[in-house]
Design a protein around this ligand. Structure first.
Ligand SMILES: *Cc1c(COP(=O)(O)O)cnc(C)c1O
Length: 463
């Protein structure tokens, strides 16, 4: 399969190079040139199959030039073997036509493990085959970094540097990043917020000399391999609820637009998805964009759902690329305007987006109230991100069954859950000693030179 850049000026790549590269050299994001469509019968045949089998069926056509089906099946099996639930992404009914899809049974208790555990193995396999090393640099609002450090710690062929906003991640998130002992993983606490971290990572990719010197690779959700791994649970959830014989809607707590965009890929593959509901917290640029067509950057407010505290939502570029019919020049123009504060989506593109996406927001008060209300009415303790999804999902219940993606375990955000309900959710037993493990972290300024120097030094590379 060929992958093309959303900005149309970088070379087309196969899956392996797309995965190892991350961001395209023209600043764009790689997307499949053509999304393979599954026949109605093929989708119907997925119902009730083990998660791993569905994963192979869904992903094989996307990765075929890099991995055989047997290789893929082996990596998938290893990736999910450590999950704390046999269904991997179990559904739980919470209303007459409303379900939670629990995506928090992986090693770091958030949905990021689904992609990261798999691509850690894909990277190791590709790099061993090529006899190469890469330096992985990523920005995190908390969950990506912990999942990446957990997945890549000790993996041969990789060094990993994770930038997170100092003081703006939960204690569990921070400890999951700072306590793994492997010396190929490095947690960097940056003075700034998530968008600063993400901007510095993009700057490093755009500094082509640095990029080539350290062989930079990215595992943020700009990496299409991440998005691909997340397509799978849309298939397991929807087929469990009667797809392809009926349509299903999903409510997705959204920040960087990777998870909800995976749903868009599932829909283009033929899965009957009625609506993808983009649920945002107070940082509601995506909701405002879908409501008004105006994509205007604002201030980033820290919230109790910190993994969604974002204004520059990278993967939205992929949805825009589809909505503009694959017009790379149009996307380059929009992204240039975004640097200057924002842009207006054309009427045609806005209509195209609204065919797939609906949206809503939850304020801080509404998020806390949703945690409490969900507990009272369903007996479930929701993490604050999931509560944002649940709150917005309530406004979009309709003809199709609704699946709200439960993106993290409540114990990952115990302060917010306790403040809302009086109950402090305990960590699962397998990570109960997290608070006793020693931490390792480096403080660094929000400055490109300082970051590049630090990485060169750690790698022993001369600038
Ligand atoms: C990353 C994350 C989100 C947002 O997902 P995106 O793919 O960035 O939109 C939501 N909830 C939790 C718990 C997360 O870790």
């Amino acid at each position: 399969m060929r992958y093309v850049s959303t900005r149309g000026e970088a070379p087309d790549l196969g899956f392996e190079d797309t995965m190892l590269t991350g961001l395209a050299r023209d600043g764009g994001l790689y997307v499949p040139a053509d999304v393979p469509v599954m026949a109605h019968d093929e989708i119907a045949a997925l119902a009730g199959k083990p998660y791993e089998e569905v994963a192979v069926r869904v992903m094989a056509p996307f990765v075929a030039d890099a991995f055989s089906e047997d290789e893929l099946a082996e990596m998938v099996r290893d990736a999910y073997a450590g999950f704390g639930h046999p269904a991997r992404a179990p559904l739980r009914q919470i209303g007459p036509d409303h379900f939670l899809c629990e995506l928090f049974h992986g090693p770091t208790l958030a949905f990021k493990d689904f992609a990261m555990q798999l691509i850690g193995r894909m990277f190791a396999k590709s790099l061993a085959r090529r006899g190469e090393r890469v330096t992985i640099v990523g920005a995190t609002s908390g969950d990506t970094g912990s999942a990446a450090i957990e997945a890549f710690a000790g993996q041969p062929g990789t060094d990993v540097f994770i930038l997170y906003p100092h003081g703006r991640v939960s204690e569990v998130q921070r400890r999951q990043m700072t306590t793994p002992a492997a010396d190929n993983v490095h947690a960097l606490a940056v003075t700034g917020h998530f968008d600063d971290c993400q901007a510095r990572v993009k700057d490093m990719f755009n500094d082509l000399a640095f990029r080539d010197r350290v062989r930079l690779a990215g595992v943020n959700s700009i990496n299409f391999a991440r998005v691909l791994a997340q397509v799978v649970y849309y298939f397991t959830a929807a087929t469990a609820l009667g797809a392809p014989h009926r349509s299903i809607s999903f409510a997705v707590p959204t920040g960087n637009f990777g998870d909800v965009f995976a749903g868009h890929i599932a829909k283009r593959m033929g899965l009957p998805i009625e609506t993808l509901v983009v649920a945002t917290n107070r940082n509601d640029i995506l909701h405002r964009t879908l409501a008004t067509g105006e994509h205007r950057l604002g201030e980033v407010f820290p919230t109790i759902s910190p993994s969604m505290d974002i204004q520059v939502s990278s993967n939205f570029e992929r949805a825009l690329h589809l909505a503009y019919g694959g017009d790379g020049a149009a996307i380059r123009q929009l992204m240039a305007e975004q640097k200057a504060g924002g842009f207006a989506v054309s009427q045609g593109a806005l209509e195209a987006l609204r065919e797939t996406y609906a949206s809503g927001r939850a304020s801080e008060e509404e998020t806390s109230a949703a945690i409490k209300a969900a507990l009272d009415t369903t007996g479930e303790l929701l993490c604050p991100h999931t509560a944002v999804g649940w709150h917005v999902a309530q406004q979009h219940l309709g003809a199709a069954p609704m699946v709200t993606l439960a993106t993290a375990h409540p114990a990952k955000f115990p302060d917010a859950v306790e403040a809302a309900t009086g109950i402090r959710p305990p960590l699962p037993p397998r990570m109960a000693d997290l608070y006793d493990r020693p931490e390792r972290v480096t403080r660094v300024e929000n400055d490109l030179d300082a970051l590049e120097t630090l990485i060169d030094d750690r790698l022993g590379v001369a600038a």
